[in-house]
Design a protein around this ligand. Structure first.
Ligand SMILES: Nc1ncnc2c1ncn2[C@@H]1O[C@H](COP(=O)(O)OP(=O)(O)OP(=O)(O)O)[C@@H](O)[C@H]1O
Length: 204
């Protein structure tokens, strides 16, 4: 479903990771690990097609992928139900009940999204994944603000997605309890510092 070959990526013009390969098939999950600033977000953004690589290749059908970054993408004046209906219709679906149930949003259905707590907003943002119908979830720190129960809801949603032939690539610092997920530490792929002759060029 997703193949990354000899990928090198940069942020703000500075190379961050190089020589990275990965494959993700139907029913598989991969968790990206690595210290702050190593380039996990940059990698996910590149895979999602939001920025070009320096070199190498990302093979994926763009319409099969959904990216959820740090922002929840919530419309604050719409209710929880209206937000989910909006996304469902955008992606050509009309059933939000599974998404509502998976993230226990029923009691919050009529609440304007702007009046949700941070963790509730995050649950709504994650519920959006279920209504997209997209096979490959690319997720950057999806559990920020979530309590233990909500992390378990998220892990269950990922598991159900995998069981239906989906795939997930997740950057996270916490243990999601997804024992079936492959772990990829991106630390060894840190880009080498620029040659000293290139030093001035990096600032031009
Ligand atoms: N807009 C930007 N312009 C220039 N450099 C940036 C920008 N955003 C991030 N960087 C730098 O690019 C590098 C990679 O950042 P990135 O966000 O990909 O790391 P990360 O592994 O996701 O970190 P974290 O675990 O803290 O989320 C970091 O050194 C960061 O400071």
């Amino acid at each position: 479903m997703l193949t990354v070959t000899d990928l090198s990526i940069a942020r703000g013009g500075i190379p961050v990771l190089e020589g990275l390969n990965l494959t993700l098939g139907a029913g598989q999950a991969m968790v990206l690990r690595g210290p702050n600033g190593i380039g996990k977000t940059t990698l996910l953004r590149t895979i999602a097609g939001l920025q070009p690589p320096l070199s190498g290749q990302v093979d994926v059908t763009p319409e099969s992928l959904v990216y959820a970054g740090h922002a929840d993408g919530i419309k604050p004046t719409l209710t929880v139900t209206e937000n989910l209906n909006f996304w469902a219709q955008t992606f050509g679906n009309n059933d939000i009940s599974v998404a509502m149930g998976a993230f226990a949003l029923g009691p919050l259905a009529a609440r304007p999204a702007g009046a949700l707590s941070a963790g509730q907003k995050r649950r709504l943002g994650l519920a959006r994944l279920l209504v997209t119908g997209r096979a490959i979830w690319v997720l950057d720190e999806p559990t920020v603000s979530l309590d233990t129960d909500a992390v378990a809801m998220f892990a269950a949603a990922v598991r159900a997605h995998l069981a239906h032939g989906g795939a997930a690539l997740i950057a996270t610092h916490i243990d999601l309890g997804l024992s079936e997920a492959q772990l990829l530490d991106v630390g060894p792929f840190r880009a080498k510092p620029l040659d000293i002759e290139d030093f001035d060029g990096a600032f031009l």
